[in-house]
Design a protein around this ligand. Sequence first.
Ligand code: G3P
Length: 214
Amino acid sequence: MEFYIDTAEIEAIKKYWDMGVIDGVTTNPTLIARSGRVFSEVVAEIAEVVKGPISVEAVSETAEELIEESKKLAEYGEHIVIKIPMTEAGLKATKELSKLGIKTNVTLVFSASQALLAAKAGATYVSIFVGRLDDKGHEGMDVVWETSQIFQNFDMDSKIITASIRHPRHVIDAAKAGSHVATVPPAILDKMTAHPLTDDGLARFAADWAKVKA
Ligand code: G3P
């Protein structure tokens, strides 16, 4: 399973890249805005650090505009993946970008039927937003399970990204469901790393070592 970090914060990206636990990065306009920096600078800096897929979002409305915007975004580097909205225009753009060899991440997917259409259109990745479904009282992970089964049934090329992750249990459930990727915010990666019993164990070893060292 691959992990992407869901942030535009360069320090967090460096931290987890250096730990060897992330394979790529996903951003969106909200995350870039939260970094308080200009898009072009942020993406160039991320590309300096991360030698794996870096998703950046195309925000145009029509298929033609999405294709043109995506071609420009793809020039940021060999690892750039274009996030395309799950709309009729987005599917048309996905098909054309796939023919051009530009990788796509069809985003804002909330049902297995949307995921299936995105895969048919040639999406490299489909991003299922589990947290936002949970927020509305649905079971977001059910969509990951269904999509995973469908993609396996037909040996489809698209990879599932479980996105909108709210807690470490989402990551484990995504892994069990066969999601190829989980994109995880830094705060959740922090929670996945730490455990109070690890801290207790270290404190106990340190105290005992102080008694016996020469
Ligand atoms: O990057 C897309 C997705 O992970 C955003 O999640 O927390 O805004 O629902 P969230």
